[in-house]
Design a protein around this ligand. Structure first.
Ligand code: HEM
Length: 400
């Protein structure tokens, strides 16, 4: 189905600026959209996006979940681990990793996350004006992953710099830039050394737990563990950084909504959830059809790339009331439908960690800050094919 003048591509800067009017048109005029030049299809309605997430037989992840050529194809699992696998490989890997990445390990991190957030916040507030992305949101998630993995404090800035290079895209390019590919190799080498060290000197970190993980005599190989460590960086770093920035930005833009968590900190989780719905950091994920799929009278042939527009599903008026309003008082029944962590077998393994980080970081902010302003002239977005959020949010705070 095509509609006159309707163009969607995750590489367009105008889509990065504001994808939502295009999403609304896609949902209404072309729910099974074809971008012939880019050689992909796009699903934008909530029901279709959720249906494809749940149908991992016809919508395969085996070629990765990105349109970027360097990150897609049959070898995608080498860098994307089980995110780029179908059953039964997916179940085996996720099962083994889950032995180490347990809910208990995540919840036990809370005091350490708070300490890390306070440290970054102290330094930022001491400066008076600070960049929310550079000083806080851009630091905390990677530090938390490094904490989990067992990366020593001295290496964390460099590991964060390399991880950020992986997801940045220059305008006009539709692939991982050379600097990103180089950063990937450097990170892989770094993790290989870490693994060798933990094998010789076990600790209580996740890397050591993954080396010991076993299901019925089956264990993870070193390559598989490195693939997973790499996946955590790709899947859990930028996404959480951008969630924090988006929460800060949209609360600033909506003072009536901002007042709620600042007056009553028990409402901070609602701030995180509504941000996840309203402007999620992971805007889309790709799949590949394994057979012909017919939706809304249009047939997508087997072997085609299909992007699932998560950001559009979250604004679907068929599911959410007044979807374009940022509203922290949404009924619980609506919150169940937020598509931001996916659905089915690939449901985000780090969802509870992302929520914990967001809650703790926002709690620490609200405890210290009475109100804030963002300088509109200094706001800058990142340009990425699937991550949505800010590179810069210059902030001035009024302290409590
Ligand atoms: C706001 C933050 C986050 C968002 C929006 C997010 C979003 C998602 C989504 C949509 C998926 C499903 C992908 C698919 O179906 O193809 C996913 C998978 C995954 N996420 Fe997250 N994520 C976030 C944070 C994290 C964190 C903090 C971690 C871990 C440190 C993490 C680890 C993973 C992993 C390992 C998978 C693969 C699961 C699988 O394929 O079985 N994520 N994430």
């Amino acid at each position: 189905m095509t509609a006159a003048g309707l163009v969607y591509s995750p590489y367009l800067y105008e889509i990065h600026d504001d994808p939502y009017p295009t999403y609304a048109r896609l949902r209404d005029e072309a729910p099974v959209y074809r971008n012939a030049a880019g050689d992909f299809w796009a699903l934008s309605r909530h029901a279709d996006v959720v249906g494809a997430f749940r149908d991992n037989v016809r919508f395969s992840s085996a070629h990765g979940v990105s349109l970027d050529p360097a990150a897609s194809g049959p070898h995608a699992h080498r860098t994307m681990s089980f995110l780029a696998m179908d059953p039964p490989m997916h179940g085996r890997m996720r099962g083994l990793v889950s032995r180490g990445f347990t809910p208990r390990r995540v919840s036990e991190l809370e005091p350490r996350i708070r300490e890390l957030a306070r440290g970054h916040l102290d330094a930022a507030l001491a400066k008076g004006d600070f960049d929310f992305m550079d000083e806080l949101a851009g630091r905390l998630p990677m530090d938390v992953i490094s904490e989990l993995i067992g990366v020593p404090a001295a290496d964390r800035d460099e590991v964060r710099r390399l991880s950020n290079l992986l997801v940045h895209r220059e305008e006009g390019t539709e692939d991982v830039p050379a600097a990103g590919v180089e950063a990937a190799f450097t990170l892989i080498a770094y993790y290989a050394d870490l693994l060798a060290d933990r094998r010789a000197h076990p600790t209580s970190d996740l890397t050591t737990a993954l080396l010991a993980a076993e299901v019925d005599g089956d264990r993870l190989t070193d390559d598989e563990i490195m693939g997973f460590l790499f996946l955590m960086v790709v899947a859990g770093n930028e996404t959480t950084t951008k969630l924090l920035g988006n929460a800060w930005y949209w609360a600033w833009r909506n003072p009536d909504q901002r007042a709620t968590p600042f007056a009553d900190p028990t409402r901070i989780p609602a701030w995180g959830e509504e941000t996840l719905r309203y402007d999620t950091s992971t805007q889309m994920l790709a799949r590949r059809t394994t057979e012909d799929v017919t939706l809304h009278d249009t047939t997508i042939p087997a072997g085609e790339r299909v992007v699932l527009l998560v950001g559009s599903a979250n604004r679907d008026e068929r599911v959410f009331s007044c979807p374009d309003v940022y509203d922290l008082d949404r009924p619980e029944a609506e919150l169940q439908h937020i598509a931001s962590f996916g659905f089915g077998r690939h449901y985000c393994l780090g969802a509870s960690l992302a929520r914990l980080e967001a809650r703790v970081c926002l709690e620490e902010l609200v405890a210290r800050v009475a109100d804030y302003e963002i300088d509109p002239a200094g706001i800058r977005r990142v340009h990425s094919s699937n991550v949505r959020g800010f590179a810069s949010l210059p902030t001035t705070v009024t302290l409590r």
